[in-house]
Design a protein around this ligand. Structure first.
Ligand code: GMT
Length: 377
């Protein structure tokens, strides 16, 4: 590598897909010879071991008693400036406009124009926060003043432009999976802990927020198991978990539904399953569907947001309108009963995950964006 970049990365280290993508991106950039500094409030959960070219700087929030609310954003901005100066960073790549891009722009003002800011939009900042008039001006400011802005789907670009009146260009950089980690794993006897050999295993993984419509997963499963012997495996926890458990009881499915709680080795657990169910109301991308595709597990779900860009309907899975659990269940039954169709869809999933959404390709795209903002094209 003859043109090494020194990059600071800020993300929500413990939150879902955006934290995973930011961490995996940093790890791969480090492997490619760049110097990567994670600047976050706690160690990103996929970072773990010591790696060459990777550094971690913890943001400590002052809880001095005069502050009614601990000022995380200001602590982050000042840490970003401090690390940028001390390590002579070329750029900050921040995930989420609010608060991370705003903090990075403040750090840039402190350090100087030579420090570039690349902002990646992941969805929630636009689709949820962007609707709040009191904060949308700040999001617009963060987007308009970043040196480059990327979004994880075409749909998110469209929504950002429309809802916030953005005129500057936004680069499309899809999320990716590391094909060395996500591939169909040999699960051997382990599957028997979850389903009998004659049963299909459906899986749903999320943070159980209302936008995930997790009770729809139960409704889809209820219809599927009437036609095909099956079990349902839930991975993750969150605010709607009690509602989901109640729905399972109401539909008398307790014996057929397993709650596995939070799990780290997602590739291993997905490989146990035959089908991913993702009926979300909002989903700028749907990283979990890509993780499933890479493990050879097709998705049936909703056509919300960026999901159709990933799960091409009829080719790499099946999609229906948000809330249409009837159609989702019918697609699931068709896929699970037709072996030839299942094999074709599985092959398409593997191909798309390996070639369209693979780590090498997307990482190179980010590198090109970095070189462009640094004027090193
Ligand atoms: O969806 C969430 O609850 C978490 C959130 C996150 O920060 O990880 O997910 C957003 O970013 C992911 C990574 O880019 C996308 O795969 C998710 O679709 C997106 N969530 C929404 O748009 C609701």
């Amino acid at each position: 590598m003859n043109d090494r970049i020194k990059i600071g990365i800020t993300c929500y280290p413990t939150l879902g897909g955006s934290g995973v993508v930011a961490t995996e991106l940093g790890k791969i950039l480090a492997e490619r010879g760049h110097e990567v500094h994670f600047i976050t409030h706690s160690m990103p959960f996929r970072l773990g071991r010591f790696d060459r070219n990777i550094f971690y700087h913890e943001v400590e929030v002052s809880d001095y008693y005069v502050f009614r609310y601990p000022p995380y954003d200001l602590s982050l901005a000042s840490k970003l400036a401090q690390v940028a100066q001390m390590q002579k960073l070329d750029l900050l790549h921040v995930h989420y406009a609010i608060p991370h891009a705003v903090c990075a722009l403040l750090a840039k003002q402190m350090v100087g124009e030579q420090l570039k800011v690349v902002t990646t939009l992941h969805g929630t900042d636009i689709t949820v926060l962007g609707q709040d008039a009191s904060i949308s001006d700040l999001i617009r400011y963060a987007i308009n003043n970043s040196d480059a802005v990327t979004a994880v789907s075409q749909d998110l670009i469209r929504e950002t432009v429309e809802s916030l009146d953005i005129v500057r260009p936004i680069d499309l950089a899809y999320n990716f999976v590391d094909k060395r980690v996500y591939y169909p794993r040999d699960v051997g006897e382990l599957r028997l802990d979850y389903a009998r050999p004659d049963e299909k295993l459906l899986i749903h993984i999320s943070n159980f927020r209302p936008v995930k419509r997790v009770t729809d997963v139960v409704d889809v499963f209820e219809k599927v198991q009437r036609e095909v012997p099956a079990k349902l495996l839930f991975v993750g926890e969150g605010p709607d978990l009690p509602k989901v458990m109640a729905r399972v009881r109401e539909l008398d499915l307790t014996e057929k539904v397993i709650f596995a709680g939070k799990q780290d080795d997602v590739a291993q657990i997905i490989s146990l399953a035959d089908l991913m169910v993702l009926p979300s109301e909002k989903e700028s991308f749907g990283l979990v569907a890509l993780e499933a595709m890479a493990c050879g597990v097709p998705t049936v779900g909703s056509n919300a947001g960026g999901i159709p860009e990933l799960v091409t309907h009829g080719e790499a899975g099946f999609l229906a309108a948000i809330g249409d659990t009837e159609s989702m269940a019918a697609y699931a039954v068709k896929l699970l009963q037709d072996e030839a169709l299942y094999a074709r869809v599985r092959e398409a999933c593997l191909h798309r995950a390996r070639y369209t959404f693979c780590n090498d390709r997307i990482t190179r795209q980010y590198e090109e964006i970095y070189y462009r903002v640094l004027g090193r094209e």
